[in-house]
Design a protein around this ligand. Sequence first.
Ligand code: GCU
Length: 621
Amino acid sequence: MKLLSIHWPVRVAGRLSCGMVAASLLLGLALVPGARAASAPIVLTGADRRPATSLNGEWGSIVDPYFSGLFSFHHEEKKNGWFLNQKAKPGDPFPTEYNFVTAPKLKVPGDWNTQHELLLYYEGPVWYERDFTYQPKPKTHIFLHVGAANYRSWFWVNGQKVCEHEGGFTAINCDVTQAVHAGANFVVAAVDNTRLEDGVPGLETDWWNYGGLTREVSLIEVPETFIDQYDLHLMRGAGSVIEGWVHVMGGQPGEKVEVEIPELGAKQSATTGSDGRAVLHFNVQGLERWSPDRPKLYKVGLHAGQDSIDELMGFRTVETRGTEILLNGKPIFLRGVSVHAEAPYRTGRAYSNKDAEILLGWAKELGCNYVRLAHYPHDETMLRAADRMGILVWSENPVYWALEFDNPKVLAKAEQQLDEEINTSRNHAAIILWSMANETPNNAARTHFIETLASRARSMDPTRLITAALLVRAQGNTKIVDDPLGQALDVIGVNEYIGWYEGHPESADTTQWQIEYQKPLIVSEFGGGAKAGLHGSENERWTEEYQANIYRHQLPMLNKIPQLRGMSPWALMDFRSPNRPLAGIQDEFNRKGLISEQGQKKQAFYVLQKAYKDGTIGKAN
Ligand code: GCU
């Protein structure tokens, strides 16, 4: 088989960026005759509610900065790449120069950066391998489920390419039915966290670029005809009508779908149309709506043919009325905080239920009924915990700072990640806001790009509110919110740092706000840095006293904004970022947390907690 010669990208800044190598070679790979084209991964809604065989644990791992496990450096794609997981045998014509068995191990799930000090700063490809045994069953599909792999990833089973994916924070479900066989099998993954100029996010972020298989990996079996996606929600208004749809894959039009909610004595069936969707709309008696005060969850059974999913769902409505946000028809004020998926104590990418319960437990302790999960989709354990604990959620697509907004390929990547986020997580009662972006530059290309995303999100999910965190401009001591993107949003988010990046904490006392939109406003970020345990005068930066002083002046200012309907100060916990090197103070952590990554609450935590608990902020309800 003649392999196409692969044209290497021009050298970039004196070094060949692995990302560009991989991207150009994947193009070649896709064009190579006979190379099995990888199937596109699919979205499995509620994958975490399905029985699964876990592949978590220790995987053999090889750090491969030149991606030489996939490509030779003589312009050829390797036929015997490391994805074959070959074992050296006496008399082999060529040396086998890798061995996953003797290679160092990496824990899955988990970023590689915090598993080995030599990998803390590593950006590039890493290979993973593990064996598994399997007994194929008739009329059964098997998916390789990966909760997330940051940033690009490629997967092989028994040496056969099964899929590839770009995006570091959404689930990947590869159909591996054709690749597995009875008995011993193996899976190989290559994950490359190289940041790309045309990535989503792009080259610049203020968080650590944690690479690897950062969330759970498992095998999920489904019948030949199975439910891949669904959406069930309470219809807006005062009644108790549940509406939505269930999509069936692999079946014919006319497949019967059944939804039951035993506690409500509800059982409803419908049949799929030519699009594979069964549409449902049914009244239920005695439904208790989900809310932060009473986060009621119901067991919901979804059935289609041989397939069943046992979901756990809350039912509520959210909408706006003028400048109010209504939850279940009543105005609500979002007392929140911003949260990165940084693991408390151990640091690194958060992935476990324990991580989620600690972080959201701190938010509850702070007096929050809401969190802004920044700046990318968090994992399902975090969203399940929010459902259970009654914490409303702002979920965000990682369109962060400056992207190539005029590049259609980048828009397609942002749309793909938005689709994966919404179609995976659309049944969480806790999620009320889909955020399209954070702090993007106000120009025509950006506005068109994000307006496109907003209308896509709205058409995919008309039951939630669309928002974004906008930058604000200043005229003297007036803050002006007039970013044209605001027209496309239901709720306006704004980030401001009076007292930290501009002026002094006292500057807030004389700041006026001019909001050009008669819409609900959330101040999605404010705050300042402090090293836990560092004390001094309230005019001395980096002391807890200074940070607390920022909050003492911010809160009364924000309270004067007539359409303020929420806030999510930056941030709940200190988090790792390469932009924050100040030795002895930051040590590569962003110190704006109200709590240190070791769980030390700073004075500002108590300033905000008091304001939330005694209702001096917003219309507490
Ligand atoms: C920005 C950005 C955050 C960042 C923060 C900061 O507003 O949205 O991601 O961490 O400012 O400067 O600390």
